[in-house]
Design a protein around this ligand. Structure first.
Ligand code: ZN
Length: 131
């Protein structure tokens, strides 16, 4: 049931086994790794994240965006969520617009999104009428 993994126990140096795993996203696996040395028995939570492609899939899933750390992708997901929710309103107030503009700028300046994506988000924002 449990599998050996290329992690070694920091206490005794024995190869550790995966005793539990969760998959919060397709790119992130959270594992519980356990030492099988009966004179040690340490266990740890560990994260395995696929952070960038070495070779792209020849049949990529468009929903999988690699190349950015997970926390940065989550900020972009949040921006997308805010933008989508105000796009369903016909008009927004100045404060909402300023807030989203600030969000886009913050993501751009932290290199979470590139200029192309920032421009696309700003154009979407521009199309929403102010109250
Ligand atoms: Zn150990």
């Amino acid at each position: 049931m449990s599998k050996s993994i290329g992690f070694y126990c920091p206490h005794c140096g024995i190869r550790m086994h995966v005793s539990s795993r969760k998959k919060p996203s397709p790119l992130l696996h959270e594992l519980i790794v356990s030492c099988r040395n009966d004179q040690c028995l340490a266990s740890f939570a560990a994260s395995l994240e696929m952070v960038r492609p070495i070779q792209n899939s020849i049949n990529p899933d468009p929903a999988i965006v690699t190349g950015l750390p997970l926390h940065k992708r989550q900020w972009e997901v949040e921006l997308e969520h805010h933008l989508a929710s105000i796009e369903t309103q016909l008009e927004i107030n100045e404060a909402q617009k300023v807030y989203i503009e600030g969000f886009i700028s913050a993501l751009f300046h932290s290199s979470t999104i590139d200029l192309t994506r920032a421009t696309i988000y700003r154009q979407r924002l521009k199309q929403i009428k102010l109250l």
